[in-house]
Design a protein around this ligand. Sequence first.
Ligand code: IMP
Length: 193
Amino acid sequence: MIELVFATNNAHKLAEVQAVVGDTFHILTLADVGCTDDIPETGETFEANASQKSTYLHTKYGYNCFADDSGLEVKALGNEPGVYSARYSGTRDMEQNIDLLLQRLGDNMNRQARFRTVISLRIGKEAFFFDGMVEGEIGFERQGDGGFGYDPLFTPHGYHKTFAQMTAAEKNAISHRAIAVAKLAGFLRERFG
Ligand code: IMP
């Protein structure tokens, strides 16, 4: 079985990826390989951050690995919060991050936004990128209590409910992360399956 290290300790992300890539690949987390390093993530783009994380693991430990980076881009805010999504307000408190986003958008009628994910895969000397995006609108207030992060504000195009009002299965069928992971899985199956 092919082993790949995923630069995360997020069990939810691991389960999502393992379910999509199937049994041919065994995905290990940072904890599984005993990596407790605070991996630097100082880039200004999702690509740069994902690549920084996978390159770090590959260079330091020699693992075949992948890393992801995601965030929300709001058009009227010049694509903020982008790579700063997790700490937009200067804290990791999502209530404060959401409040700041709503405050900055105010009553602006342009509510266009998109979630993006970039995955950087390192196998041997080769590097590959996979991306996923979902477009939608930012609401004027929170709706729903499922999901995480900015989900209560985001209604994907073609739907009348936010990510936070969807079941996990509904969100996973259309999310930015699911799209990027499906591309990664397709590539791995084609190459090694
Ligand atoms: P990460 O790079 O996947 O850890 O995502 C960084 C930040 O982007 C998260 O802390 C969330 O604030 C935001 N984010 C990423 N994906 C989602 C999502 O699917 N729903 C809501 N917020 C998200």
